[in-house]
Design a protein around this ligand. Structure first.
Ligand SMILES: Nc1ncnc2c1ncn2[C@@H]1O[C@H](COP(=O)(O)OP(=O)(O)OP(=O)(O)O)[C@@H](O)[C@H]1O
Length: 425
């Protein structure tokens, strides 16, 4: 479980990383740099975040609660469970402005291209970047002014940031220990978490002796051991090789399913997002461009980035019945009949290529194109076509050889109307 302690101004513990004789444990040094730097532990590793100090934030939502005329006594203020955030962060040339809400048990994935603002959003939730405006409430409690170490937040950093000098057990026990558990209680909790993670045989191992997948699970156990109300995962599988990733992705999904509070993960990988999250929030240029279930997003992408992510050709135009006239000129015949601004999408595998104009195109769409480039894509060749309609087409290596495809070659591309999907823009 991730919960090393970070001293606050109210914390009288030593600030030089030396053992605290009063408590018999080593405290991390106090940081003097800005809030945008993760707090560091004694060994320089950023300090994972922990639950709130017991007396820290108080609920301001109800100012003492509303009187209930029926009973003549005040009721508890309404405290919506889960995450309610409007994150506004100004960083000079870059600004983030996104709203996130999630119920307990939800797993949200923030997905987006480099520089979109995903990490900034995660760090704002953790309290490592201050909000310029907006709000952040967790289970109804405002957290904007709560320091990172006092937020009920657990973080799994991309490279895990385990304390190298501590065993897996002590890495996990560190969180509960910093929140007042006795050494034996903290170790018992850590043992339980490591056992749940399938690491009962590795409790004594130092991080350098753990595989990538094991280290990831120790980091997750450390994040969960203090029962956070918000779990943040920054590219949780990025440091793993492809084989381990497959296995750990499935395990992480299981652990997230069992986690009863809100989890937010940041990823570049659409597969991680689709497997791990209930809802995707796609961020571009610091703004949400689309959100929804993985299926919604995959079926109805609304930006080029998302279309590429889910492997679709995407066009925007104006629909009249079964024809969508594209803003760029040509038309696409679709099975759906629509009226007004519309998107049309189809997968590269739906495209058939011919060197000669095919006879009797019938209900197929037909465009004259040119091969712009070719690349291997899994066991297929992906042809990028330019010309009347820019598109990506997938074909087998045998078909590519038979067509003698090479950059600059003219080709005819067809797509059946039944393989397109049109929806309102
Ligand atoms: N400390 C900082 N000060 C000022 N600007 C920053 C700082 N850190 C990041 N930025 C800028 O904020 C923007 C968003 O960065 P951020 O790291 O949040 O994006 P990201 O979506 O996580 O990208 P990536 O996927 O590459 O990690 C970028 O333009 C980046 O240059």
């Amino acid at each position: 479980m991730t919960n090393p302690h970070h001293p606050t101004d109210a914390d009288p513990s030593p600030t030089d990383g030396t053992p605290n004789p009063a408590e018999g444990r080593r405290m991390p040094p106090r940081r003097t740099d800005g809030p945008d730097t993760p707090p560091a532990a004694a060994d320089g590793a950023p300090t994972p975040l922990g639950p709130p100090a017991p007396d820290h934030e108080t609920d301001t939502g109800g100012a003492g609660g509303n009187p209930n005329p029926a009973e003549g006594r005040p009721t508890a203020p309404h405290r919506p469970a889960g995450l309610d955030a409007h994150l506004v962060v100004d960083r000079g040339a870059f600004s983030l402005d996104i709203e996130l809400t999630a119920a307990p048990g939800d797993v949200l994935a923030l997905l987006g291209p480099n520089g979109a603002g995903k990490t900034t959003a995660l760090r704002a939730l953790a309290g490592l970047v201050p909000l310029t405006a907006g709000h952040l409430r967790l289970d109804g409690t405002p957290l904007e002014r709560t320091p990172p170490e006092s937020r009920p937040v657990g973080v799994v950093f991309q490279d895990y940031l385990l304390f190298p000098h501590l065993s897996a057990l002590d890495n996990v026990a560190f969180g509960p220990r910093c929140h007042g558990a006795s050494k034996s209680e903290a170790r018992a909790q850590a043992t339980e978490w490591l056992t749940r993670m399938g690491l009962a045989d590795h409790t004594g191992a130092k991080p350098r002796r753990l595989s990538g997948g094991q280290a990831q699970r120790v980091a997750l156990a450390r994040a969960l051991a203090t029962s956070p109300r918000l779990l943040l995962l920054d590219e949780p599988l990025a440091a793993l090789d492809a084989r381990t990733r497959l296995e750990i992705r499935a395990q992480l999904r299981r652990h997230l399913n069992e986690f009863e509070a809100v989890a937010v993960l940041v990823t570049h990988d659409p597969l991680d997002a689709m497997v791990l999250a209930d809802r995707l929030v796609v961020v571009e240029h610091g703004r949400i461009v689309q959100h929804g279930t993985p299926t919604d997003i995959a079926r109805r992408p609304r930006t080029d980035y998302i279309a590429q992510l889910v492997g679709l050709n995407l066009y925007r135009g104006h629909a009249e019945g079964h024809t969508v006239r594209l803003d760029s000129g040509p038309s696409i015949t679709t099975t759906e009949a629509l009226s007004g601004p519309a998107f049309v999408a189809f997968p590269p595998s739906a495209v058939n290529l011919f060197r000669e104009r095919p006879a009797g195109a019938g209900a197929r769409n037909l465009w004259r194109c040119e091969v712009g480039g070719l690349e291997t894509h899994g066991d297929q060749i992906r042809a990028d076509l330019t010309g009347e309609l820019p598109l990506a087409a997938d074909l087998t290596t045998v078909a590519a050889a038979e067509l003698d495809l090479r950059p600059g070659a003219p080709v005819w591309a067809t797509v059946k109307a039944t393989q397109t999907h049109a929806y309102p823009a």
